[in-house]
Design a protein around this ligand. Structure first.
Ligand code: WTA
Length: 637
């Protein structure tokens, strides 16, 4: 087995073997890139991506804050870069799909097969009237049709909006309405711990009040005949020709929207454009995971999240590598499933979240001991700060002390990871994310924007090519969320500390939680709870959780003071039905009043203090300080 790391003092560095085969092994790259990031990205863009038309050099980066454009005037098609250009090697596996049931056969799609399906499906979309610039909603589990549908949108320049399949109908409806999609792609179901999940019924519930004219249903469970606006994916795709002329897009044309939680109740549609996103996805996948075309990458994230977009679908395909996706849960049929998948499929790059690792730690080493996983080369982590215990377990039990752990910091907004350590350079230090990716600049500031060693993490101009290009139909939200705090810097809403020349992320500084790595806003959850007919108002705060990182706790004021016994369960169920089980409160406390300032703002900080058994400060500013002791008693009881 190849040893990819060596230990020097308390830190890990790439071994000789790693340095020799890594795409990048010279630390000077950071300095070189920083001399002229625009030039640096311009060169990367030309080297990594096939353009139909190049941009004028002076248009490589145009900035007029809060907006900025990369490669303006350049033209390209994303799917050509992900598929067509690899057709010289048509039988190479592009996508490997592992169904949850271990007895069911995996599906392998070669580049040529995937290309054909994408073209056919692009023709399906066209036949249903989808045009360049139209939004298409995708509500699919982790099945090959998800990647096919996404890529088909990019073929014709339609803007996809993928909605996480565990989201509830209401959440899907809001997202369909916001982007005004006319076509929805969903599935008849999928498997979760051996149980059949009926996705189609959920999708149907979301349609009322939307402009959806066609629903294309992937046949995961059984082939079925559909009628009216519902059609079968397999059937409509068969009827189409295997080639679809790619639509050449402007670099700055939107490629997809992904809704994400912010500090208000309504999720915002983060827009990613085509050229910048392509360039950044290609290079970060190649360098940060050191992915080579002959290798297999497995990113466990669902396509409903940005990590699934960039590193389960787009990044590996842009690089002409093999991407593996798995339908089910890590514990089905037992806790060894993931490790068996790695062994059986010779996975080289494995990318997951700290919450999953903590879940495995709890189960002991029995399951991992059975698997040597000699194919592994690079391990990645994302979604929340990784604690030292999880890092070490991941390193020793999965990586068998051989593989670097790349702690990748990023956000839905940044499109790809932009703080990390490159495998050929190191060092790999537990709990530390690392450096700004070459050509990217971050700094840590206080609330006034002055540079500090500890404080808020911000990004400096030139802003990276993969960064969001606004919020869908909401300029104000874009300007206020990201550009109000520090004006000329992008506000990440994360806290950070400088450790030597490396960045350690400390977590969100706003009202956003990370529950099992999933992004959830307190406001969105409160909104959902407040819609329940018996609820007067509510406040939601996160508390630490050993496995899931954070979990939400709700404080609820009911309309009638009398509380019936089953109310907690009813509220939880209501959340399941409106947002989905990911958002379900861990605990609901029924209180008579919530701590509020004179202007009516709920002081969530005080609730957090009470839950942590800390003495809350600043009670003088409350209009109703009396409620604090009362809440304390309720928590204790
Ligand atoms: C957090 C996920 C610490 C962070 C790609 C960020 C991290 C939020 C890391 C974005 C990391 C992501 N270390 N924290 N390596 N990666 N985060 O939009 O708080 O779902 O702001 O994107 O996840 O979550 P999102």
């Amino acid at each position: 087995m190849v040893l990819y790391v060596t230990k020097k003092g308390s830190k890990y560095y790439p071994s000789k073997a790693m340095k020799e085969q890594a795409w990048v092994n010279n630390p000077n790259i950071y300095k070189e890139a920083d001399k002229n990031p625009v030039k640096f990205w311009s060169n990367l863009a030309k080297e990594g991506i096939n353009w139909d038309k190049l941009w004028g050099e002076k248009n490589t980066y145009v900035e007029k804050l809060p907006y900025f454009w990369w490669f303006k005037g350049g033209k390209l098609n994303f799917s050509v870069n992900a598929l067509d250009r690899h057709l010289g090697n048509p039988n190479k596996i592009a996508l490997k799909w592992i169904p949850e049931n271990p007895k069911e056969k995996p599906t392998e799609l070669t580049y040529s097969e995937l290309h054909k399906k994408v073209c056919q499906f692009a023709n399906v979309l066209k036949s249903f009237g989808v045009k360049k610039g139209d939004a298409v909603s995708i509500y699919l589990p982790l099945i090959p049709e998800a990647a096919i549908a996404m890529l088909a949108c990019t073929r014709i320049g339609a803007i996809h909006s993928v909605v996480f399949s565990a989201f509830a109908p209401d959440a899907l409806k809001t997202r369909i309405q916001d982007c005004e999609a006319k076509v929805l792609i969903t599935a008849d179901g999928y498997f979760r711990r051996g149980e059949l999940v009926d996705l189609l019924t959920k999708a149907k519930k979301a349609l009322k009040g939307t402009k959806i004219k066609k629903v294309i249903v992937a046949n995961r469970i059984k082939k079925k005949k559909y009628s009216g606006k519902f059609v079968s994916f397999d059937k409509v795709i068969e009827e189409q020709s295997p080639f679809c002329e790619p639509e050449m897009m402007n670099s700055e044309d939107p490629m997809f929207i992904l809704y994400t939680s912010g500090t208000t109740g309504k999720p915002k549609g983060v827009i990613h454009d085509t050229g910048g996103y392509a360039v950044q996805s290609y290079w970060t996948t190649k360098w940060v995971f050191d992915l080579h075309p002959e290798e297999t990458m497995w990113c466990t994230a669902d396509i409903g999240w940005i990590t699934g977009h960039t590193y389960a679908v787009y990044g590996p395909l842009l690089n002409g590598a093999t991407t593996l996706i798995y339908e089910g849960t890590p514990d089905y049929p037992n806790m060894g499933r993931w490790w068996k998948i790695i062994d059986d499929n010779k996975v080289n790059v494995f990318y997951t979240a700290p919450t999953a690792i903590r879940m495995f730690i709890k189960e002991g080493d029995k399951w991992v001991k059975k698997h040597k996983m000699p194919s592994l080369k690079v391990l990645g982590t994302v979604g929340e700060p990784i604690d030292e215990k999880a890092w070490k377990w991941y390193f020793s039990k999965i990586g068998k002390n051989r593989c670097p752990i790349i702690d990748t910091w990023w956000q839905t907004e940044t499109g790809g990871t932009i703080i990390n350590v490159l495998p050929g350079i190191g060092p790999f230090v537990p709990t530390i994310a690392g450096k700004s990716f070459p050509g990217t600049r971050h700094l840590i500031v206080d609330h006034k924007g002055n540079k500090k060693n500890q404080g808020f993490l911000a990004q400096k101009s030139p802003f990276t090519p993969g960064m969001l290009h606004g919020v869908w139909k909401n300029h104000k939200k874009y300007a206020d969320t990201y550009w109000k705090a520090f004006k000329k810097y992008y506000d990440t809403s994360d806290g950070a500390i400088m450790k030597g020349n490396l960045i350690k992320i400390t977590g969100r500084t706003d009202d956003v939680m990370k529950v099992s790595g999933h992004r959830l806003s307190t406001a969105e959850l409160e909104n959902a709870i407040n819609k329940y007919k018996k609820v007067n108002e509510s406040a939601v705060v996160p508390i630490p959780d050993k496995i899931r990182g954070q979990v939400p706790v709700a404080f609820v004021v009911l309309k009638k003071t009398k509380n019936d016994k089953g109310m907690e369960g009813k509220i939880k169920k209501h959340v399941d039905n409106t947002l989905g089980p990911t958002a379900r409160p861990h605990k609901v406390y029924f209180v008579n009043d919530l701590p509020k300032t004179r202007s009516g703002k709920i002081m969530r900080r005080i609730l957090k203090n009470l839950l942590a058994n800390e003495e809350p400060k600043g009670l003088m500013t409350l209009v109703n300080p009396g409620c604090v002791d009362e809440i304390k008693e309720i928590i204790k009881a």
